[in-house]
Design a protein around this ligand. Structure first.
Ligand SMILES: [Cu+2]
Length: 347
């Protein structure tokens, strides 16, 4: 009688786990269906970590169930009863050495991937990297294409098999830029520009979203990243430019107001707009135009750490007054617009 009850319980558990797995559906698990080199490596890291965890989890859970069954309180149970038993060197070796080995392997693998997946590190490719400047607004995404001189709201078009360098900032609350099938999320923060390199290996519409709660219409900050062939991309750029809908400085101020927006395409953008958005928060207002952003990789940062003094930030010559001025916002007085401690934030 008891055995059948227990079996029924196990069967019910199995069915419930099955329903849960089916219910979430493979379709919604897009992190496990990456379409670019960054997403692929991140998926591999998740799988490796999962397998390493299972080495501990599976035996522990199985042995737990077996012990409960084997040593249950039952009159004719022939399991040995050893109330004074306290130590086994053999067992100690087993349950210390396996976790230590697993954690060592995990540490090595994670360190390797952390450097390999440094979001500021350019992707290797024969094709030239294109730059997209993304700004999270209340409650929409503005994407500027500085090389093409166009901009979009709430959608992205990128050429397939081409590395894309995203420069990310926020003109509003902090958010997080995320296209799950292409790679992990990176924070957008006012007063700094974070960097993320991604690539789509095949054409498709990839869901993108703001992954950080930012208020009322946060849920409407979804966008589509559309990967197309180079020919289609070039055609799209030409069409966007011919559209004639220019983004003016005033137009941007309107766009930055809290509210939602549909998909928009702009035929031109004010020069230096992205830099001005970043500097509006990071330093005294009205930073000089043409102020260059320089994203650094981890290795470059290490190299430049000792030359920081002489580098003196990236202010144009003859602008020491601004450099030496105390910063009321507490971003430090290094004169460096892209605070190093923040550059690789939000991996
Ligand atoms: Cu930060």
């Amino acid at each position: 009688m008891r055995i059948s009850k227990l079996r029924r319980l196990f069967a019910m558990g199995a069915v419930m786990i099955g329903i849960m797995l089916l219910g979430t559906g493979c379709k919604s698990m897009i992190v496990f269906d990456p379409k670019g080199p960054v997403g692929l490596q991140q998926r591999d890291l998740i799988y490796i970590t999962m397998l390493l965890c299972l080495i501990i989890l599976v035996p522990v859970l199985l042995i737990t169930a077996w012990i409960v069954w084997r040593y249950r309180d039952k009159k004719d149970n022939d399991a040995p009863y050893q109330p004074v038993w306290s130590h086994s060197t053999k067992l100690e070796i087993v349950w210390w050495s396996i976790p230590i080995a697993v954690i060592l392997i995990l540490a090595i693998v994670t360190a390797h991937y952390t450097y390999a997946l440094d979001p500021a590190k350019p992707l290797e490719s024969d094709k030239k990297t294109i730059t997209i400047q993304a700004t999270s607004l209340d409650w929409k995404w503005l994407f500027q294409y500085p090389e093409q001189g166009i901009a979009t709201v709430n959608y992205l078009v990128i050429p397939e098999k081409t590395p894309v360098k995203f420069e990310l900032t926020s003109d509003g609350p902090m958010n997080s830029f995320w296209v799950p099938q292409l790679g992990g999320m990176i924070y957008t923060m006012s007063g700094m520009a974070t960097t993320l390199h991604l690539q789509a290996d095949e054409p498709g519409n990839y869901m993108g979203t703001g992954a950080n709660f930012t208020g009322r219409d946060f849920a409407k900050m979804a966008f589509t990243a559309k990967a197309v062939s180079q020919t289609d991309f070039d055609r799209w750029v030409t069409e966007a430019k011919a559209g004639g809908n220019a983004l003016s400085e005033d137009g941007y101020q309107m766009l930055a107001q809290p509210g939602t927006a549909g998909r928009l395409t702009f035929a031109s953008i004010p020069s230096g707009l992205f830099e001005r958005i970043v500097h509006e928060y990071s330093m005294s207002r009205g930073a000089p135009p043409g102020y260059t952003l320089k994203a650094k990789t981890l290795s470059e940062e290490k190299e430049s750490a000792h030359t920081e003094e002489s580098e003196g930030g990236q202010l144009p010559p003859g602008n020491n007054a601004q450099k030496d001025a105390p910063d009321v916002r507490g971003f430090g007085q290094s004169g460096h617009p892209l605070d190093h401690r923040h550059m690789n934030h939000g991996k």
